[in-house]
Design a protein around this ligand. Structure first.
Ligand code: HEC
Ligand code: HEC
Length: 366
């Protein structure tokens, strides 16, 4: 909220600022605090007094921070994210998933619910750690001030930063499984909730047999299934909000982007992933038992159990995958850009040589 407030004032100009400073010291303190929060350094020596001249000074600092951010952005980020931040940098057409379009401000990874804007800390985490399994590098070699300036700059690229209300962080209960003894209980519980309650396998792969899934479903007071999707040991491609086909990770093979520590996985599972099919689980992880009134079949602590379970699958990932396993996008389905329908099939003996290369702007086919 604070940096957004800062930039609203920036638009009003200095005279408004002076009035705000004179009329509402409290607000001005927030402004001062906010500007130093975003990495500008210079702490006001007497922020309690909030002298208008200092507010003006700090606003100037923020403007130069945006300028600084812009320079770093053009140097490090524009090649993928585009000069205007539209996600269409020179390298973008070769990348899957595509670089984020900062003008839409649909950020995926955050500590609040899918659809809401990330916090500065969320952006800092993404920028410094990168997103594994995508082209987004980790920029941990950049000094904190540079990263701060980049964040300030990114937030000028979409009006959503001015208009969206502050998002509450997702609730976070203590992890009851922390410590070595808790781990195996968490993994067993996570398997049951993953397959029997959340049915994560409607998008991600299932990792147990049909019979075992049905045992888990019955234990969660659901009906067993008579049939399952045929490719249950693979993930199902899902369109994202920009109509691009993305594949939920197969945890035994693909990378997860936003980190594989227990805390990272808790965050990704609980918060969900904006603009993709991955739901916000923290709001639907409560189920009272019908058979045993007064008890719960699932509670929020089961999110931790699933984090351990997913991590145990990730740890099964071989250090070196065989060549065919590395081709994570080489699925049997064609990926149609912009939802274009497939062209009519060409009989093999009449297809001129090299046709598949000419056609690849329309679609990419295995
Ligand atoms: C080599 C290409 C490349 C470069 C260079 C690059 N990015 Fe990215 N970036 C990506 C891709 C690809 C994604 C989308 C990954 C995904 O969707 O999982 C991304 C996503 C992001 C996101 C979105 C995270 C979210 O939660 O949605 C942010 C923020 C970001 N990049 C910031 C930066 C900044 C800042 C720089 C420069 C310091 C930068 N990127 C440089 C490729 C790049
Ligand atoms: C309706 C489809 C759907 C369901 C159901 C679903 N997911 Fe996902 N999930 C996705 C998609 C799509 C992505 C990939 C988003 C992307 O490319 O960034 C994803 C990504 C993830 C990630 C990776 C986050 C990262 O850092 O890259 C984790 C972990 C995850 N899901 C766990 C779960 C768990 C656990 C469940 C069940 C509780 C679940 N998902 C249910 C669609 C789904």
């Amino acid at each position: 909220m604070s940096t957004r407030l800062g930039s609203v004032v920036l638009v009003f100009g200095e005279s408004t600022l002076n009035r705000i400073g004179a009329m509402s010291p409290g607000l001005a303190v927030v402004l001062l605090a906010s500007v130093s929060l975003c990495g500008c350094g210079t702490e006001p020596s007497d922020s309690g007094a909030a002298r208008p001249s200092q507010v003006g000074f700090q606003t100037g600092v923020r403007t130069s921070l945006i300028e600084e951010g812009r320079k770093h952005y053009n140097l490090y980020c524009a090649g993928c994210h585009g000069e205007t931040g539209d996600g269409k940098g020179e390298a973008a057409r070769f990348l899957d998933p595509k670089p984020r379009d900062f003008q839409l401000a649909k950020y995926k990874f955050s500590t609040n619910r899918a659809g809401q804007l990330p916090t500065d800390d969320d952006l800092r985490r993404t920028i410094t750690k990168g997103l594994k399994g995508s082209a987004m590098p980790g920029w941990d070699m950049l000094p904190p001030r540079t990263v701060g300036s980049l964040i300030t700059y990114l937030k000028t690229l979409s009006p959503r930063w001015e208009t969206s209300p502050d998002a509450a962080p997702i609730p976070r209960v203590d992890d009851p499984y922390r410590g070595a003894e808790g781990r195996s209980a968490a993994i067993a519980r996570g398997e049951a909730v993953y397959h029997g309650f959340s049915t994560c396998w409607t998008c991600h792969p299932a990792y147990v047999s049909h019979a075992r899934i049905n045992e888990h479903l019955v234990a969660m007071e659901s009906s067993p299934r008579e049939s399952f999707r045929p490719n249950l040991n693979e993930s199902e491609g899902k369109l994202n909000s920009e109509n691009q086909m993305i594949y939920p990770p197969d945890f035994r093979r693909d990378f997860v982007r936003a980190g594989a520590e227990i805390d990272d996985l808790y965050r990704s599972i609980a918060a969900g992933i904006s603009g993709t099919a991955m739901p916000t689980w923290v709001d639907s992880i409560e189920l009272p038992s019908e058979r045993h009134p007064g008890t719960s079949l699932v509670t929020i602590t089961d999110l931790w159990a699933m984090a351990y379970y997913v991590q145990s699958l990730i740890l099964e990932r071989p250090a070196l995958l065989s060549a065919d396993a590395i081709l994570v996008r080489a699925r049997p389905q064609a990926i149609y850009l912009h939802g274009d329908p497939p062209p009519p099939p060409v009989p093999e003996d009449t297809a001129p040589m090299g046709e598949e290369f000419l056609d690849d702007e329309e679609f990419i086919e295995e």
